[in-house]
Ligand binder design. Structure first.
Ligand SMILES: Cc1ncc(COP(=O)(O)OP(=O)(O)O)c(N)n1
Ligand code: TZP
Ligand code: MG
Length: 562
């Protein structure tokens, strides 16, 4: 407590901060930084004056292309796994420009944090003003905000230079357990920072600290915490469950003030998790800067982190317990392809059918709206008997519905309709054009699914650049004529033969969905259904029921795997 009061009263004093928060830190490092910071500051002032004197302000070029821009206000990590360095890499990986305001310089590696120097508050303000007054910043993301004064500066600057969104990662403790912002910061976080935020992304410890030490040990506790944090003013809350005990998946809770979403991704077994929180928040900021909805930004970011961890799980940097990961894995592993597709979106895959919609008097867009509201995680428009113009109109209106729920929309067979509507991708069959031709037409970012009944077809799909396989018919179906049934064995054979994620299709409904999910292969990610959702009077109710069955089946499978 004495240390805490000391920290408060001397937030500008490097030496006192180091004593209070990081007792093991050597004072001489603080002194050398103080001197350097003054030198660089006077140089900086001279440079700006020279620029002003040599030709006046640059005029803007109206033909110039605007690049989405994130400003990160955070601390530097000398090990470059977290902080400003992670933010720069995350934004680069997501194709977004990133400027930086450095709030503190940490001496840090894979063992832990050896020292912290807070940048003087007036110089934090100066950096912020330099960037915000000149560059067209779309989104501000905050990380380490180590003093009350720095939070207040951020507040003031955002009044003067408003941006489209503020993403707050309420950094308090590093992955190694070192304190990066003391408890004295909590009041200003609650009173000034959270009410400004469009999203706040605490981990379990941070959520607990913001909520006066409330215990968060289960997913149900996370749900309550998300609601309580939302009451403090942020528009959206993402409580990250990475540290949740006894959890096979990485479960996060997203709350937008209306709906609670439980977002699952695979828990990657690796020591290289240092910087995941900074990366996730920067990635959300980058996606928002590109124009995504909040839910879509969160889902894309979670998937990006999961993929980066998976690619980096075996790399070895440093000798400590927690290593950095490779943000730019795309450059090496994916020939520059942006990772857009999240295999967990295949969980409940709704495939429309115009004949069924007509039978029940549903419009395509009403049917799709009910399906996504009921929990469908991806939608395919499979409209075999409508005019091209009507298909395009339907695709555009369904795209709006799906985007507002963060659910991808695919078009069956018709690459032209997918391109014209800017849908998220296509599903193609064995009698359509080959996957590699579709890929060259659609470019690297669109999702491509391919129907496969055999390991050979699955191999072709993989080589052609497909993102997933639709495998079936698993059971006999009336929806698709002359479709050979391959059974659960055929499904398992294709899954085992391929690296791609697989969705099962054909005659699947509430009574057999569990048996499908229980075949026990990790790349079977979900079921695709037509009649079980759309050949029904109430699409919303049927989707909810099927979603509940799938959730139960996956929980049971996870428990059995323990
Ligand atoms: C997810 C999914 N899997 C398989 C199919 C079938 O596609 P295809 O073989 O091209 O047959 P049609 O659907 O076009 O009749 C699918 N549509 N979706
Ligand atoms: C499109 C398709 N492809 C393989 S089976 C099938 C039809 C699935 O429809 P249902 O879910 O009604 O059996
Ligand atoms: Mg087809």
């Amino acid at each position: 407590m004495a240390n805490e009061a000391h920290f408060l009263s001397t937030s500008l004093s490097f030496l006192s901060f180091n004593k209070a928060v990081l007792p093991e830190f050597r004072q001489s490092k603080g002194l050398s930084f103080l001197v350097n910071s003054r030198i660089s500051r006077s140089k900086q002032t001279r440079v700006s004056m020279e620029m002003r004197g040599s030709g006046g302000p640059m005029t803007s070029d109206h033909s110039a292309v605007k690049i989405p821009h994130v400003l990160t206000v955070a601390g530097s990590d000398s090990g470059a796994g977290a902080g400003i360095q992670a933010d720069l890499k995350a934004c680069a990986a997501r194709g977004v420009y990133c400027s930086t305001v450095i709030t503190a310089v940490t001496a840090q590696n894979t063992v832990g944090v050896q020292g912290v120097n807070i940048v003087p508050e007036d110089f934090v303000a100066e950096q912020m003003k330099s960037v915000l007054s000149d560059m067209d910043v779309d989104v501000v993301k905050t990380g380490m905000l180590p003093s009350i004064g720095i939070v207040k500066i951020l507040h003031q600057q955002l009044q003067v230079y408003p941006v489209r969104a503020l993403v707050v990662d309420p950094v308090m403790v590093s992955t190694s357990g070192d304190v990066l912002a003391g408890p004295s910061i909590l009041a200003v976080f609650r009173e000034e920072l959270l009410p400004m935020a469009d999203i706040v992304t605490p981990n379990l410890k941070e959520a607990s600290a913001l909520l006066d030490g409330v215990k968060i040990n289960t997913v149900s506790d996370m749900r309550s915490a998300a609601k309580l944090l939302h009451d403090m003013g942020p528009r959206n809350v993402l409580v990250k469950g990475g540290d949740l005990p006894d959890s096979l998946d990485a479960v996060d809770i997203f709350f937008d003030g209306k709906n609670l979403y439980e977002l699952h991704s695979s828990r990657i077994k690796t020591r290289n998790t240092h910087g995941t929180g900074c990366t996730l928040a920067s990635c959300i900021a980058a996606e928002l800067a590109k124009g995504s909805s909040m839910l879509k930004a969160v889902k894309a970011s979670k998937f990006f982190v999961e993929t980066a961890l998976d690619y980096s799980k075996d790399i070895s940097i440093g000798k400590g317990p927690q290593g950095p990961f490779d943000h730019l894995m795309n450059l090496k592993h994916n020939s520059g392809r942006q990772v857009r597709f999240n295999p967990s979106d295949l969980f409940l895959y709704a495939v429309t059918d115009s004949r069924m919609n007509r039978k029940w008097g549903h419009s395509i867009s009403d049917a799709v709206k009910d399906a996504v509201q009921g929990g469908a995680t991806i939608v395919q428009l499979r409209e075999k008997d409508i005019e091209t113009g009507d298909f395009l109109e339907a695709a555009k209106s369904c795209l709006q519905i799906c985007r507002s729920h963060g659910v991808p929309l695919l078009i069956n067979d018709r690459i032209d309709v997918a391109l014209a509507s800017d849908a998220d991708g296509v599903h193609i069959g064995q009698s359509d054009m080959p996957a590699h031709v579709a890929r060259s037409l659609l470019g690297p970012e669109k999702i491509i699914g391919v129907s496969c009944k055999t390991p050979e077809q699955a191999e072709q799909a993989w080589l052609g650049g497909a993102d997933y396989i639709g495998c079936g018919g698993v059971y006999p179906t009336n929806t698709k004529e002359n479709n050979r049934t391959i059974g659960l064995d055929g499904l398992k054979t294709v899954c085992l033969a391929s690296k791609l994620p697989v969705v099962a299709i054909g005659g699947i409904n509430i009574s057999n969905a569990r048996a499908v999910m229980e075949i026990g292969v990790p790349n079977l990610k979900g079921i695709a259904v037509v009649s079980a959702l759309f050949d029904r009077e109430c699409v919303l109710t049927e989707t909810r029921k099927l979603h509940a069955v799938l959730t139960e089946a996956t929980a049971a499978a996870a428990a059995a795997a323990k």
